[in-house]
Design a protein around this ligand. Structure first.
Ligand SMILES: [Zn+2]
Length: 200
């Protein structure tokens, strides 16, 4: 990664250059307006090359990284919580089983229980930290249903605020995000109950 001199934040202490292939999320065609003056550069896309488990799958690879690097908010026994690299709103997290399975019906009872309890905890933590007015919860099952990474199940937890659907997504194909993902991750991780109350 050769020459940083032309980055707007060159010489400023801030987030390191991030390769999107190491992070979690599904490219959706929206541009993001990152409003803080500090800017994390996110290069490349995050699409797996195929449906296989392992390092080619972001949701398999992320748990092998440290929390800051992978934007991991919390780790359970059978599932984990991570910031979505392509958020619909600030605080948009994904709850993923560690196991590389595509379909909700593939989950074992234990995995199902932990995905559920991590989703509950994520809602509680997001309420405590960001005071949303509501949530959208859900899973896209299959490419046809809009899953960007259909091979590895992930549950979206999207905080909602009154008036958060403004003209920007429609007109500009852009979403304004007032906080860097790394900062949001740190706030949510700090508020996450310790030790983990899930998966036991
Ligand atoms: Zn996977």
């Amino acid at each position: 990664m050769a020459d940083d001199r032309h980055r707007p934040d060159a010489g400023v202490t801030g987030p390191e250059l991030v390769d999107a292939r190491d992070l979690a999320g599904e490219p959706d065609g929206f541009q993001r307006l990152w409003t803080p003056h500090r800017m994390a550069y996110i290069g490349g896309e995050n699409k797996p090359v195929d449906a296989a488990a392992g390092p080619g799958c972001p949701f398999c690879r992320i748990p092998t990284q440290d929390d800051e690097q992978g934007l991991v908010v919390a780790r359970g026994q059978r599932a984990y919580v991570v910031m979505n690299l392509y958020p619909y709103n600030p605080g948009h997290v994904l709850v993923c089983p560690y196991r590389h399975v595509p379909d909700y019906t593939d989950l074992t009872d234990d995995e199902l229980a932990e995905v559920g309890s991590l989703t509950q905890t994520a809602m509680r933590v997001l309420r405590a930290v960001m005071s949303p007015s509501g949530f959208n919860l859900g899973m896209n099952q299959g490419d046809v249903a809009g899953a960007g990474i259909a091979a590895h199940l992930h549950q979206h937890v999207v905080p909602r605020w009154d008036g958060d659907s403004n003209f920007l997504p429609v007109v500009g194909r852009s979403r304004a995000l007032p906080e860097l993902l790394a900062d949001t991750r740190a706030r949510l991780a700090a508020a996450w109950p310790q030790p983990s109350t899930t998966g036991r």
